[in-house]
Ligand binder design. Structure first.
Ligand code: SF4
Ligand code: SF4
Ligand code: SF4
Length: 290
């Protein structure tokens, strides 16, 4: 059987241990599918694979054990299904997001539409290093954005309305970070301990805590794996448009400056991350971020 070349070079095609077979990874930003798309994937897996699927760490699906000679046909039907070929090489791979404001009661920001916007702009771009992007709607950080090359976390700074606090201590109980204490009969926030999760805001029975400055914290250079690293904070921005613009700038910065063959986390200092951070802070300056 004649193998269809070309498509093999795409990141969504993974050669299996038995090289007579390939695994196909899909592009599913934020891991969101309709029931019809899910049925479509099942039908494609039955027709072209071994009838099974694999759920990956990055909110996508793999079709194992397909015949490499049928890759073009499989890519075509996957495209028609709205679940095209994915990426897994040195490129921008599947963009992850938690459910965010759409469903999660802890969320501070919207996440899934943001993931789709970012996917639309940068997915599959060939890069010197693999670039993983993960978005979390709050500092509980489901999806571990801090362990991705680009991490985005929705945060809110709490603000107590002066003079009205009864000192009941409910917010103190709710804060897992011990950032609130009752002093002289009123609650006092220790900003240095506050993670800006926003949980206390919803805890006050008298609605005295307000959300101030909802924003997105953007981190760069995290990674999982053998030697995990926490990404470094690049900047805080207030709007979704700014997040998209910052992500585009980070991708461009990595593309132009990073060395291939090494993980991004290992070369941040050589790439002069601090100077890039300074430039970004000037460009997207806000006097409210920290
Ligand atoms: S990160 Fe926060 S908003 Fe997102 S799912 Fe987890 S708890 Fe909910
Ligand atoms: S925002 Fe979160 S960490 Fe900060 S004081 Fe409120 S509950 Fe504590
Ligand atoms: S829950 Fe509200 S009223 Fe009670 S201590 Fe906190 S801010 Fe004050």
């Amino acid at each position: 059987m004649k193998t269809q070349f070309g498509i093999h070079t795409r990141g969504g095609v993974i050669t299996e241990r038995d090289a007579d077979y390939a695994t196909i990874r899909l592009r599913i930003p934020a891991g969101v599918l309709s029931a019809a798309q899910l049925r479509g994937i099942a039908e494609i897996a039955e027709k072209y694979g071994d009838g099974g699927v694999h759920l990956t760490m990055r909110q996508t699906i793999e079709l194992p054990h397909v015949d490499p000679s049928l890759l073009e046909d499989i890519a075509a039907v996957l495209g028609e299904n709205g679940t095209p070929l994915g990426a897994e090489r040195d490129e921008v791979v599947n963009v992850m997001a938690c459910p965010g404001l759409e469903r999660c009661k802890y969320a501070n920001v919207e996440t899934t539409e943001l993931a789709k916007r970012i996917d639309h702009l940068v997915f599959g771009k060939e890069m010197p290093v693999k670039v993983r992007i993960s978005i979390a709607g709050c500092t509980y950080a489901c999806g571990s954005p801090q362990l991705n090359e680009i991490g985005i976390v929705g945060r809110i700074r709490p603000l107590r309305i002066p003079g009205l606090c009864t000192g009941c201590g409910t917010c103190v109980e709710y804060c897992r970070n011990c950032a609130i204490a009752i002093r002289d009969g009123i609650s006092v926030l220790d900003e240095s301990k506050c993670l800006q999760c926003g949980i206390c805001i919803y805890s006050c029975p008298f609605h005295l805590l307000k959300s101030e400055y909802p924003h997105y914290q953007i981190l760069v250079g995290g990674r999982r794996g053998m030697e995990p690293r926490i990404g470094r904070e690049l900047i805080n921005v207030e709007t979704e448009d700014e997040v998209v613009a910052v992500v585009e700038r980070i991708i461009d910065w990595i593309y132009r400056r990073a060395w291939s063959g090494r993980l991004l986390a290992d070369q941040l200092d050589e790439l002069d991350f601090d100077r890039f951070k300074e430039m970004m802070e000037k460009e997207f300056s806000t006097d409210r971020g920290d």
